[in-house]
Ligand binder design. Structure first.
Ligand SMILES: CCCCCCCCCCCCC[C@H](O)CC(=O)SCCNC(=O)CCNC(=O)[C@H](O)C(C)(C)COP(=O)(O)OP(=O)(O)OC[C@H]1O[C@@H](n2cnc3c(N)ncnc32)[C@H](O)[C@@H]1OP(=O)(O)O
Length: 262
């Protein structure tokens, strides 16, 4: 069901009854991450949170592009203050996606480049369809990725591969991106959103507090000493055990019925 609450012209959204909320970026021709698209993303995220979305999919509604990154046609004429202001604006939305307290999946149909790929990297998982290109070509235009890729990419693909991709500015296809660990699933052309929604639907049937805890513990594993991470597991599982989902999940298992998580 299309969500009428999203009024943006650069984004549409649909909320499924199963708790999966799909946000589609629609800023033709290349889904350049222009301010109106970022405003639309934030509006859609507001609606998703208000509606209690359990899993959020960020997809593309523009043929050929998930997102081509910052709008070079605009960037070429913008002054330093505008560059800095836009950078702050873009990073605000990207980091909001990264910090969401529910799982997020990027459905990459078409090319995801520069800031567009950085938006996908801020999601918890990535599904990429064959036919698109993925890359961080900022060095070709005298810039560097500056919406999180230098910090996230090494965690996904390792230091050497992250450097190779950013130092060559080369583009990958979906299969190589999967091989490197840049994306988590590959779909046939035109099927990225469908595959992402299928994955999201499976996740939406589980305990979202538990999934969110797993995401945060895995992300922390790159930052904290092992002992601190293990202690985090303990404190979180004890809190979950005290929460409503654990009792409901165990009772549903024993009663051989689907759990009704909050
Ligand atoms: C107030 C607003 C200010 C906005 C500017 C301020 C920026 C602040 C930056 C801070 C944040 C940084 C974020 C990030 O880290 C940095 C970036 O994202 S930089 C941009 C990175 N993206 C790219 O470099 C992609 C460049 N595109 C390509 O490599 C190719 O287009 C492609 C995607 C591989 C496809 O190639 P082709 O199939 O050959 O098609 P074309 O190249 O001919 O492209 C078709 C058409 O689309 C236009 N286009 C493509 N990408 C962009 C883009 N990013 N911005 C604008 N326009 C783009 C291209 O020019 C063609 O247009 P046409 O010639 O047909 O008019």
């Amino acid at each position: 069901m299309v969500s009428p609450e999203v009024t943006s012209t650069a984004v549409s959204a649909s909320a499924g009854g199963d708790g999966v909320f799909v946000i589609r970026m629609e800023n033709p021709p290349v889904n350049a991450l222009a301010p109106q698209l970022l405003d639309g993303l934030d509006e859609a995220l507001d609606v998703a949170e208000k509606d209690g979305a359990r899993v959020i999919v960020i997809a593309s509604g523009v043929d050929g592009f998930f997102a081509a990154g910052a709008d070079i046609k605009t960037m070429v004429d913008v002054d330093r203050d505008g560059f800095m202001a836009y950078g702050r604006r873009l990073r605000s939305t990207v980091e909001r996606v990264a910090a969401l307290d529910r799982p997020t999946i990027a459905a990459i149909e078409g090319s995801a480049l520069g800031g567009g790929l950085e938006l996908a990297l801020a999601c918890d998982l990535r599904v990429a369809a064959r036919g698109g290109k993925l890359g961080l070509p900022e060095a070709k235009i005298g810039l560097i990725p500056s919406a999180g890729a230098t910090q996230r990419l090494p965690k996904y693909v390792g230091r050497g591969r992250a450097l190779e991709l950013m130092l060559t500015a080369r583009l990958l296809d979906a299969d190589e991106a999967l091989e490197l660990g840049l994306v988590d699933r590959v779909a046939e052309t035109g099927q990225a959103e469908a595959q992402a929604v299928s994955l999201a639907t499976r996740m939406a049937g589980l305990s979202i507090p538990a999934l969110t805890d797993v995401i945060q513990l895995v992300d922390a594993s790159f930052e904290v000493p092992l002992a601190e991470g293990l202690a985090g597991e303990v404190s979180r599982v004890e809190a979950l055990f005290d929460g409503p989902d654990a009792r409901e999940g165990m009772r549903a298992f024993l009663e051989k019925r689907p759990p009704r998580f909050q």
